[in-house]
Design a protein around this ligand. Structure first.
Ligand code: ATP
Ligand code: CA
Ligand code: CA
Length: 415
């Protein structure tokens, strides 16, 4: 199996940065590990400073190390410790995953923003370098973010585990966040889609032949609708509404629904280099058979889940993680760039009616962009070339409405 990214070993240009990051995280997790008390309003205070000096020779509170002297800052460490607890991240696992030898892989810049991404070898955590403005947005929204994720156990918004800053003496500050990897699974993720609900420029720049499991596909590349079992469908729509209300209230826009897709059967080749199992042929008897099989699989998953819950473990299937679904192939009109009211009425069932059994992973990522002056300018500028409703940079209210409308079209209730 192809693991994405490049392991950062000695000689890599960001090797020192990684070592500093590991030293820093080991320090913060150890330091704040033992405090057990309720959160106070002052824990959320952005002005509380937690800079630590890491001299190479070591100090009373820091170990000696090989890189030059640097300073390290934790933002609201007590809040993030509580969040890790809430998200059931064990401190020892967390430290080991991030701070072990050769622990991190650098992904080749998956976004346009210039951020770097690091993935732990166990695939559980993603570290993303962010701009100062993004840290500001996160710290500002932290009280309501905390409330939101406490209140909605099934919230789909990105799970944040820590925010930090490294500054080598004489060097620049690097700020980064640690978050959960949405596509961490025992199943292989065959396709991933980054979906905003906008259409302008929303295609991958890779030619068809080069598209593989590591490619991030976008709105206009999406050629499936996802059929979810009734309860899950209802839960999804409700949760998306709650999450979007939260993001809208924080004036956030430009976020995406990241969808990871595992095809359950990998044996028959298809032209995308994948081999999903073709289930529905349109004949009535096979449809009956399929319905039976589907019922059987759900039953199996639910029984497994009941066992896990009874033994005090988390259920395997949660909203957005491990969800059985059926992906129906849809045809898209070729005139993508033409204006269609609502944007995506161009999803029509394909004549062949191909349906695949899949397992879905999804969540809302990149939630730290507010509608600031640069996004307003981007809106004004791109409006000259394209329909204003089709471009990503729009007011948060409009953004959220378009996003929810889109999700309401690509997910359907399976009856
Ligand atoms: P831009 O602002 O240009 O959209 P960005 O640099 O802010 O990009 P993101 O949108 O946060 O980057 O992420 C880029 C890609 O990285 C996503 O499309 C996704 O494939 C992957 N990614 C980001 N966050 C996660 C996550 N939490 N779990 C899994 N994959 C992620
Ligand atoms: Ca993004
Ligand atoms: Ca971004």
């Amino acid at each position: 199996e192809k693991k994405p990214g490049q392991t950062i070993s000695r000689g890599h240009k960001n090797y020192d940065l990684m070592l500093n990051l590991q030293l820093g995280i080991r320090h913060s997790v150890g330091k704040h590990g033992s405090i057990i008390r309720d959160l106070r309003p002052s824990d959320f205070d952005p002005k509380e400073k937690f800079w630590t000096r890491f001299p190479p020779e070591g100090s009373k509170i820091t170990p000696p190390h090989q890189t030059g002297e640097f300073r390290w800052k934790d933002y609201c460490p007590v809040v993030f410790r509580r969040l890790r607890e809430l998200f059931q991240v064990d401190p020892a696992d967390y430290m080991l995953a991030i701070c072990g030898n050769d622990a991190l892989r650098e992904l080749s810049s998956p976004g346009k923003s210039g951020s770097f991404f690091y993935l732990t070898q166990d695939d559980r955590f993603i570290i993303k370098t962010v701009k100062k403005s993004e840290v500001k947005v996160l710290i500002k929204m932290l009280p309501s973010y905390y409330q939101h994720v406490c209140h909605y156990e099934n919230s789909l918004v990105a799970k944040f585990f820590g925010v930090h800053c490294v500054k080598p003496v004489g060097g620049l500050k690097t700020r980064f966040i640690v978050m959960g990897n949405l596509c961490c699974s025992e199943y292989r993720i065959h396709r991933r889609f980054d979906l905003k609900g906008s259409s302008h420029g929303r295609t991958t720049d890779k030619p068809e032949g080069e598209i593989d499991e590591t490619t991030t596909l976008k709105d206009l590349d999406l050629n499936y609708v996802f059929r979810l079992q009734g309860n899950w469908f209802q839960d999804l729509i409700k949760q998306i509404d709650r999450d979007c209300e939260f993001l809208e209230a924080e004036r956030i826009m430009d976020y995406s629904l990241l969808v990871g897709l595992h095809f359950r059967d990998d044996n028959t080749g298809d032209k995308m280099g994948l081999s999903p199992f073709l289930l529905r042929t349109g004949k009535k008897d096979s449809y009956q058979n399929e319905k039976f099989m589907r019922g059987y699989r759900f039953l199996q998953a639910e029984l497994q889940d009941r066992d896990r819950i009874l033994s005090g473990r988390k259920p395997l299937i949660r909203l957005g993680a491990n969800m059985p679904a059926r992906a129906e192939r849809v045809a898209r009109r070729s005139d993508f760039d033409q204006y269609t009211p609502g944007g995506f009425s161009n999803l029509t069932p394909s004549p062949s009616g191909e349906v695949y059994e899949v397992v879905l992973y999804f969540g809302i990522i990149d939630i730290l962009q507010d509608y600031d002056i640069s996004k307003k300018l981007e809106h004004a500028y791109k409006s000259l070339q394209a329909d204003p409703a089709s471009i990503s940079a729009v007011d948060p209210k409009l953004y959220s409405k378009r996003f929810r409308d889109f999700i309401g079209r690509i997910f359907v209730e399976d009856r």
